[in-house]
Ligand binder design. Sequence first.
Ligand SMILES: Cc1ncc(COP(=O)(O)O)c(C=O)c1O
Length: 415
Amino acid sequence: MARLAINGGQKAIDRPIGGPWPEFGDMEREALNSVLESRQWWRGGYADPSESWVGKFENYFSRFQDCEYGVALTNGTQAIELALKAIGIKPGDEVICPASTFVATATAVILVNAIPIIVDIEPEYYQIDPAAIEAAITPNTVGIIPVHYGGYPADMDAINAIAQKHGLFVIEDCAHAHGSQWRNKGCGCWGDMGCFSTQMGKTLTSGEGGIVMTNNAELAAKAYAFHHIGRFPGRPFYEHHIVASNLRMTEWQGAIAYCQSLRLLEQTFRREANAKYFEDGLREIPGVAPMERRPEVTRWGFYFYHFKFQSAEFGGISKARFQEALAAEGLGTGSGHLHPIQKNPLFTNRNFGPVCWPAGRDAPDYAAVETPVAQRILDEEGISMGHSLFLGGRADMDLMLDAIRKVRENVGELA
Ligand SMILES: Cc1ncc(COP(=O)(O)O)c(C=O)c1O
């Protein structure tokens, strides 16, 4: 029997695996150089905005996700804030968000003076649970922010049906879902607006950045004004119509984001092909299981790949112990995020900043909000793997499977 690396044995993975991230080449070099030489380092220097790099990125990537309009921004957090403002959020409105996500999904709600209501996720797919949404609706509920967590599409049919029934808006948080499709159409096009981040780790990156997209011309015009200090297109430059910030993406970011968006489809196919091979291998190892794909998930452009760990099949060891042993074998894994978001100190200590909720409206006592499915998956079951691990070749998948198989076969050493 091989000795586990955690006990001083040879590592199952003894070379770097996956791809370097981000990938780039002459396309990015030439684009950046062209920004430099053009002396137009912001999009406002172009009479025709579609000729700017930011404009090219907006047009290409929005359509790639099946949206007509896109406005590129400084980051994904502000994309959600902007979408909420464009939709007309009011102080004290309640917006339903999932427990398993990055904190920005819900802090963006607080930043526009509304109240996030945190609900649990589905045990099978780790996405916001439509039944939990329905149960959380009150007369103050105005909208839902589903997150395509890890890039796996949330159940947009069920979510949109609930939204329609109760007259709610839907803003998709697509920060993890570049390239993902629900029933052959891009994440971001199913709700009223879709919000993407292009921060460094994301599968389409410009270092920092984001984009909000929509198929609704009126919302697109509002998004434009909210990202551009309240300007309306075609009006004089120093004429401002609404109170708004400057959330414009620079041409440097636009150039990189556009080039990266041209790489996205091939990278998504490469990751998916590797993941499917990895899943076949996982199915043969007792005690681990892939995230099954529901038929509506026609493309999973994952930001992190989730699989499921069953402690009972591993002699009762904890998930943390399994991950320690895997890390020693050379396979670093995570859990997505640390807590269900409402268990972060900012929520439990109510450090909300200068919110102004109308009399009679208040946030729930988040410390008392339990989301047992999200908690159990974080503590016991869900194992996440970074997307760049899947950018290498089949031999890397075999090494990853070897590491998992080795821990399973020698689990007695971990008792
Ligand atoms: C689910 C989710 N929403 C929103 C954001 C915010 O994006 P940004 O970091 O670009 O502000 C992130 C960032 O990681 C995220 O993971």
